[in-house]
Design a protein around this ligand. Structure first.
Ligand code: PBG
Length: 337
């Protein structure tokens, strides 16, 4: 009796999930989601000067690059098939002030980078952020007065900065500041400046997260930041609020949306995709990168497999693509397959 049933009863015994998993060929045949190079956006850090490639201690394997070096790196990324690059500037300290006024300069580092990328690198999209944090002396994303981030003045300024960035060649403006009403304001400003074809990729749901730490080292805002960003980023506890926030951005004219950070917020990726259907990107942020990198360097985790697994998870959660510091590494791996 015992050996006939083997504890697996006849009914469930007919339904064996493992049949489809039994060999590599069948696993490939039934695979539902795939990561390709077309899914990748590469975030990069830009510094002043020439011939500068500067490691970032908290992000092993990631460098700050001067514009000339960035152009070389972007050519390689384009050759690998990476569709887009997202630039983040490390602005000289003496150019930072209370209001982030240097964000409006046509010749600031981010605009200089866009012009060089558009001139020298074919076939790669340039995505720029208009948040003020790289430009402010206090590291906040907006204008700070009496301890408060002033919403509407900040929106006016970033809408103007968006036009300057579009003038410099940015293909997509991606505001990561979380001020209310910024998507509509940026859209209107771009349109009235004749930039109808410049897209807006909203950081629709950006959470007040601990995972941004290494990024703040990369652009040197960490030491400057007083207080936190909880009065403008979303509380990590809230998902209904995130959906409402995203709904406003869709209404205001966002072409695509970003969920940030990525892996701890896969539920948000899924909900936004289901609710709105427009292209959704996860930003696998600096702290997520560093976790995998650090454990890999210690030999505590298989870095390559962990990296690929997290990126595939974003696809499974409904994302159209991923902003990731692993982009070039992944593109190389995928090109060998
Ligand atoms: C701020 C901004 C942040 C990141 C990019 N732009 C967050 C912050 O400093 O508060 C984080 C990106 C990352 O961690 O990789 N506008």
């Amino acid at each position: 009796m015992q050996d006939k049933t083997h504890l697996v009863d006849d009914v469930t015994g007919h339904r064996r999930m493992r049949r489809n998993r039994k060999a590599d060929w069948t696993r490939r045949l039934v695979q539902e989601n795939r990561l390709t190079v077309d899914d990748l956006i590469w975030p990069v850090f830009v510094v002043p000067g020439t011939n500068v490639v500067e490691p970032i201690a908290a992000m092993p394997g990631v460098n700050r690059m001067s514009v000339d070096k960035l152009v070389e790196a972007a050519k390689e990324a384009a050759d690998l098939g990476i569709p887009a690059i997202a630039t983040f500037p490390n602005i000289a300290m003496d150019l930072r002030d209370e209001t982030g006024s240097h964000s409006l300069s046509a010749n600031n580092l981010i605009n200089e980078a866009s012009r060089a990328l558009k001139k020298h690198v074919g076939n790669i999209g340039v995505i720029t952020d208009v948040a003020l944090d790289p430009f402010t002396s206090h590291g906040h994303d907006g204008i700070l007065r009496d301890g408060e981030i002033i919403n509407d003045e900040t929106v006016d300024q970033i809408a103007r900065a968006a036009v300057v960035q579009a003038d410099a060649g940015a293909d997509i403006i991606a505001p990561s500041d979380m001020m209310d009403g910024r998507i509509g304001a940026i859209r209107r400003a771009l349109d009235s400046a004749g930039h109808q074809n410049v897209g807006v990729m909203s950081y629709a749901t950006k959470f007040a997260s601990a995972f941004y730490g290494p990024y703040r080292e990369a652009i040197s805002t960490g030491g400057l930041l007083k207080g936190d960003k909880k009065s403008y980023y979303i509380d990590p506890a809230n998902s209904m609020e995130a959906v409402r926030e995203a709904a406003l951005d869709v209404e205001e004219g966002a072409d695509m949306m970003i969920v940030k950070p990525g892996l701890p917020y896969l539920d948000i990726c899924w909900r936004l995709k289901e609710a709105f259907g427009l292209p959704i990107f996860a930003y696998q942020v600096s702290g997520e990168y560093t976790q995998i990198k650090a454990a890999g360097m210690q030999g505590w985790i298989d870095e390559e497999r962990a990296m690929l697994e997290t990126l595939l998870a974003f696809k499974r959660a409904g994302c159209d693509g991923i902003m990731t510091y692993f982009a070039v590494e992944v593109a190389r791996i995928l090109s060998r397959r």
